[in-house]
Design a protein around this ligand. Structure first.
Ligand SMILES: [Zn+2]
Ligand SMILES: [Zn+2]
Length: 151
């Protein structure tokens, strides 16, 4: 297979491969991404499910319901807790892989969209790409989140 791109977690026990370009490469500033990464923003590369393979390791899962009422499920290494991928109800046919997991971390894929700029860290001055949005097209809040999750 062409275009094999390997990656994995911090401890090295959980490893995966991807076999094609991502269908989307998203920078997300939402509170969920800030909390799941501990960083100012998340970077998720979405692949067709057939183009992703979990190779080795043990995963645990954590799922929650977004303010738009949809399931978001994280799969993380049971040893070191690095999130290896996520599956969002809004993108059922895709596997979302954090951009920093690839080795080497060349960030070779172009950013296709930036979302939730309304909660972007104030020290980030410029948009990451022209395709930049205050929230996202799938954002349809059903209820107010707790204060700690707002943004
Ligand atoms: Zn690990
Ligand atoms: Zn997000």
């Amino acid at each position: 297979m062409n275009n094999i791109h390997k990656g994995g977690c911090l401890c090295g026990k959980s490893r995966f491969e991807t076999y094609a370009k991502p269908v989307a490469n998203i920078i997300c500033h939402c509170r969920y991404c800030q909390l799941r990464t501990g960083s100012p923003f998340g970077n998720i590369l979405y692949f067709d499910k057939k183009d992703f393979k979990f190779i080795t390791g043990n995963l645990k899962t954590y799922k929650f319901i977004t303010e738009s009422g949809r399931e978001w499920k994280n799969y993380f290494c049971s040893n070191c807790a690095t999130i290896i991928y996520c599956i969002l109800e809004v993108r059922k046919d895709n596997i979302g892989v954090p951009g920093g997991l690839f080795d080497p971390p060349t960030y070779k894929y172009k950013i296709s969209k930036e979302v939730f700029t309304r909660s972007r860290a104030n020290f980030i001055q410029n948009n990451f790409c022209e395709n930049s949005f205050e929230t996202s097209s799938s954002y349809k809040p059903l209820k107010d989140d707790e204060d700690r999750l707002k943004g």
